[in-house]
Design a protein around this ligand. Structure first.
Ligand SMILES: [Zn+2]
Length: 116
């Protein structure tokens, strides 16, 4: 992997906050009314264990979305966000902006599509 500064670097803080927002939306959507409110600063505290406790309650679709979001946030923290899972090429910034949790480049996505 290249160590040089990438174009995407300056966008990472914004990507990260957008992903966190998406994550909070899913949590809120799946929240049962009796549960504690996870809005605001408390969210950061519960995030680590939340997925384990919540995963059974999430709808299948939200669960998949949640896993993708978590993976993307993890990648941002590991500085591997925007790198294709398959070929390790950089994913174009515009593609990421269109789909924040995108984990592979156009070519690999097309190849995966064909394998289905
Ligand atoms: Zn690729």
């Amino acid at each position: 992997m290249k160590k040089s500064k990438r174009e995407i670097d300056s966008h990472l803080p914004s990507f990260r906050s957008q992903l966190t927002l998406l994550r909070n939306e899913i949590i809120k959507r799946n929240q049962v009314p009796e549960d504690v409110d996870v809005s605001g600063d408390e969210t950061d505290l519960v995030q680590g264990t939340f997925i384990v406790e919540m995963s059974n309650k999430l709808s299948a679709r939200d669960h998949i979305a949640m896993v993708k979001i978590d993976k993307s946030i993890e990648k941002i923290d590991n500085n591997t966000y925007g790198i294709c899972d398959e070929c390790e090429e950089e994913i174009p910034l515009r593609r990421l902006q269109a789909n924040l949790t995108c984990s592979c480049c156009v070519l690999c996505a097309e190849a995966a599509e064909k394998r289905k």
